[in-house]
Design a protein around this ligand. Sequence first.
Ligand code: XMP
Length: 335
Amino acid sequence: EWTTRSVIEEQVELIREQIGDGSAICGLSGGVDSAVAAALVQRAIGERLTCVYVNHGLMRKNESEEIEKAFGASTGGAKLVMVDAEERFLTALAGITDPEEKRKTIGREFIRVFEQAQEDILREQGVVAGTGDDAHAEAKAFLVQGTLYPDVVESGGGDGTSNIKSHHNVGGLPDDLQFELVEPLRALFKDEVRAVGTELGLPDEIVHRQPFPGPGLGIRIIGEVTKERLDVLREADAIVRAELTAAGLDRSIWQCPVVLLADVRSVGVQGDHRTYGHPVVLRPVTSEDAMTADWAKVPYDVLSRISNRITNEVREINRVTLDITSKPPGTIEWE
Ligand code: XMP
């Protein structure tokens, strides 16, 4: 029989068996999945867990700061290392427009950063890194990820399903991965993960946080990802989030990606001036588990405020559009 308590007990036991007296690092994204995964592992191996938060430069406005603040409460005081890798990710993404290539590039860079973090931790702990085969035997490295069942299915890891998109932490992993993965949520859906999080005592602001994809705004810019484009999208996205929150819609909407059509321009007029700017797409959806979704019927007055504010406050954007496609046939994210 499935109860949150039995899931917790079972997973803690399995994690202990898997990691033994080793240590692990956990990639923390600020979302509920990685926070719950970290909390479970923390329960299983305590101090031997180090959480690593990677700022890849693809986060939303002020998000890294907020995550650093909220973190203490979220994992029962596990160690946290913050890594600033903005330049590394933006360099790796330069020139890439294909969605799967973006996802795989981001997945690979995450792993490279985790490898570096793991090395730093071992050096700090004074574990002498040997050479050749010895080094690996000594330093068996475990990486905790908050992978959910739907991530596995959509990445083509489920039985007989084809690849829809490579989630950064599943199909987007590099072939030469040295880590042994610890994925205690791999059989769960989001609502179950939230229940486990609540049972583990995580705060509501984390448990009920709307999903945000690991590849971040990188898969919400249609076209090449650049710092300038990210800054534009960050401004528009911040307005959308603020207005949806002010309207009290955070719990009824599953999430609302804001997508920048960076290679598209259209003619507009502002004051007496012609503009030639970019459109953004609002993608508010309702969903139970992200496997299917419907477009959310956001009230017209809220949409209207969002549209006015974005076109007034973000110079580069002169058109706001609404995506009214369900999933299927659309997916939630555009890439
Ligand atoms: P799609 O676009 O497949 O998205 O309908 C389903 C849910 O998954 C999130 N998503 C991701 N989350 N890494 C993540 O951590 C990823 O690579 C990724 N791709 C999509 C998306 O935001 C939605 O909630």
